[in-house]
Design a protein. Sequence first.
Lengths: 177, 706
Amino acid sequence: MNHSEASSGVSRQTDSWKSKALLPMVAYSLLGTLLFLKLPSLFRFPFHVHANSGAVVSPRVAAVPGQPLGGGIYAPRPANRLIAQAGTHVRVDGWLDIHDSKLSVRDVIVLLDGKPLAKAYIYPVPVDRSSGTLHCEWSVEPLFAGIAPGDHHLQAAVFLADGSGIQFDDKSITVLD
Amino acid sequence: MSSPATSAGAAHQASAPRGVSFAGYGWRIARALYAQLDLLATALLTLIVLYLYRRFPLPTDVATFYPLDESWVFDTFAKARQGIWLGKDVLLTYGPLFQLCFVPVFWLNDLSLGEHYKLWHFVPIWTTILLVYGSARFLLPQVEPWKRALYILLLVIFWAQFEIKSCAALFVFTAFLWAQERAPAGNRRMPLYALLSALLMTAAFLLSADTGFYAVAAFFLTGICYGGYRLPRRQARLRSAIFLALVPAVFFVCMLSVNAIFGRIWDFKYWVGCYKIVSGYRWFAPLGMDPETTRMLAIGVVICLSIFLWTWIVCRRSSQEPSLSPRVLSVALFSLLVLQSCIVRSTWRTVTVGLFVVIALAMAFLFGPLSRKPTGATTGVPVLLALALTVVFAASPYEAFSPAAILQAWKSSAAPPMCPQDKLPLDQACLALEDFLPLNAASTFLREHAPASESVMIFPYENVYGDIARRRVAGGVLQSYLIADPFLLDQQLKGLERDHPGWGIYSADYLGSGPMDGVPNFTRTPEVWLYQQSHFHRVANLELGILGLQRDEDRIRRWNMETAQWPLAPVRQRVQAGKDIQLAQLHSWPQQDVDFLKLRIEVHSPPWWRVLKPASMTFSLQRADGTSKIVHAIAKPDHPHEIWIYPWSEYQLMNYFFENPSDWRKRGVHPPITSISVRFDRQDWLSVLPSEVELQGVDAVRVSLR
């Protein structure tokens, strides 16, 4: 009888120990599983985005899935072409609409006849955000030195964080002597 | 008082199966290890990071080079190696303790750009692990070790931002909570606790200005909350009041000690600098919050406040934990205070840094009181809720702790890596061509011209040029964009005079540099630009928009600035969001001798801008040829402010560094300015629109050589 009581006491203690161990085991199993899963974050970035993006010199990232980015170079109408004077700087302005949350924009580059000319400064413009599009303006003042007078092609391209580039506009520019 | 580890170990001892002979010794070891499970988890995380640190490849591949951030970080390390201490010799948001956190800097033979990336990547992770461990010990002293270990693992692996400042604020606050629940109980211990509290506040200030002010706020918040709770008990009330008074007195002694170490006992330069930088951030560096960040902040705050409320209700219903009420109150108030960090500069990262502290405090309630209070089947619910929230919001683990990343580091070759084909190596870093060219050109110029013993002046903020060249960057404030106050300007100019730089680099906006938050660097800190322009002349065009400069003593002697006040009547106008406000018509004033415009303005704002942030201010200058110039600017609300504007293309400012003054204005056309208007825009829902704007005058400024 005594033996039976003692064994039931040990059994109760073991049960208690098991029940106490259940929650830690479940919790740590879940933690272990999470470590191996690459779950998508509910938000655009994971919560713990690391890096030195605290201070912003120019915006580099934008939002909302499903649609491509778009943009262009502003040019006076109706000619829809730009004019530059050799040996001087020319201000080139444009815009960039980014719709895709997965796009991480690194730079907007202005190219002359396919060769990189200068990196643009990008700045956000407050617009109606209900559309889900980030509208940016960009601006650059490249020096038109050593460029033959005449007609040239001025292109604008956006470079993404993964290194790929997308040209989004091509305008004619006349370089005066 | 029993230690948490002992009590938890004892609890476990009672429930462990007995009488199993072979397990007797093993159980004792297991119990001892179990009691220190949180410490073991911390050690494991630290060792993983140490392993990855040792396997970190050099040269390192730099995905994106951020000239502003890399500059202050690299320069902070470089200054530590040069024996220049933040706070003592140079002012920044951070203090000397921050430099000491990166202690491996002193063990390196040479601090390269690549090594700087390595340290900046790993040291904040180590510091975060240790501070989170310390916070867990203070917040959850009575819970089972497995819960404390799980709390640490979840926070570090999934939630942490590896930002030393915010983790230190969390640690200091939790230490004060712990002290409040113990300190005033006995008179003998009170002086010791007071000394430790004061030392903690001093250390927080020496780490960073923000942490220091959070530490002071945390001390008074906890003191008042716990003091209020003790009001009915006279003896306890008296002890709380003495404690509250004693700590500031000891803290003042600590301040004097720091002053003495920094040079002069009554020189409060460091503390004034801390105050000026922290108080100025709200208006000189505000940034809007995008909709997704707003959504994330709202969800985070609602969930965390709900947990605080749940804890409050549970503790009101229970009489077993009387200290819980002031703890919930302190935590809720401190969380609201910490959210200030999210309000001013509302990038995703800044918001998550602030929110991390709130999340850590909320999770502590889930692992502590809430998972202990209910009995039976519901005991595990709060812990599982913490895990569920991690799955939903934090998703995958931080890269350093992902098993795949660790395995990859294990498998990676021990041979020195090469740069990818599209990158170029520079100072143990692989850089994209557009980053490589300016860094290489400017650092080579400085290395070839400035002797190693000499300092260099860099405008606006690319100190990294000097650091790659292994030259000291001159100035009393580490980054010019922080200079938003006469005191800080004075420190910067005194520092430049003290260091007497012989060579310099000027980077023009939009070409060689970028305006911070759209405000041209000349408009942000005109006095520093004028200092460089008056002391240096151009000797080389290094890259597009980057000039190599040499000190010119003759130029300093001959440099002259004339200011003419245009007789305009002061204007005071009401402000409407997004509407242009005409401030001045300048048709009738001669402008052939004008280099810069200096607008004397005062922006009148409602007082709540001090807890939110001011709206953005944009000036529009109409020119006679029909063109216009848009200039973003900053001004401290409710204070007279001078806004300097270069009315023409910003790149033309480069010409002012020519040796011959006749070249300063020769390139480009300067059509006269016909009118000036201003508009204010809300950057986000937290921006405060001014009520009125007042133009007190417009000065025409001209610089020349006599």
